[in-house]
Design a protein around this ligand. Sequence first.
Ligand code: CZF
Ligand code: MG
Length: 203
Amino acid sequence: MKKIIIATKNKGKAKEFKELFAAYELEAISLNELDNIPDIEETGTTFKENAALKAEQIASLLSLPVIADDSGLMIDALDGRPGVYSARYAGEDKSDEANINKVLAELQSVPEEERTARFICVLAVTIPDSVTTYYTGYCHGKIAKAAVGDYGFGYDPIFIPDGYEQTMAQLTAEEKNAISHRRNAIKQLETNLKKQDLFLDNR
Ligand SMILES: O=c1[nH]c(=O)c2ncn([C@@H]3O[C@H](COP(=O)(O)OP(=O)(O)OP(=O)(O)O)[C@@H](O)[C@H]3O)c2[nH]1
Ligand SMILES: [Mg+2]
């Protein structure tokens, strides 16, 4: 199988990329499988900036083509927060449970019809010595009153996608991968997957 590098250390994302790219007969390799990869500081104020920081720094370090994902949850009643700061919303230790509790507390008095939200995923694709390109996907829904479900990662236990009664964490991997922001961003990239020189085997 052709291999493609996904510049993430997030195990939940890495698992989903493996599943999503398998449909294109591509093997996604995450940074957890490579040695001596430093953490990239996410100093940007937009998803696009952070995706570019990760893709460009890892591509230059490895001298290989790289895809990075910067993603997060945007809640309308919180003016788009946690947004770019989704991973660290409740602190630097990136605890999913603490992040969820913080969001639920902030939304405690917000009624169901005002709990609208969306996940966003921005993919940055860097091929050494050429310009970085970007692909964006969304998944719309609303925030539940309590956390339910064991699948997925991050805020999945409190996110109810439009058209569903269950949270994202109650959906199987297959069901999430059919509707997720990550899936929708990869769809944008799809035609370019064929024409871009993205694969390790071509080097
Ligand atoms: O419930 C969720 N389902 C998802 O599908 C999802 N996708 C993103 N998120 C949240 O957004 C942060 C990304 O932040 P992020 O892009 O900086 O990634 P990260 O720091 O976790 O890893 P890396 O890819 O940078 O190595 C994550 O930690 C999560 O809190 C999600 N939550
Ligand atoms: Mg990060």
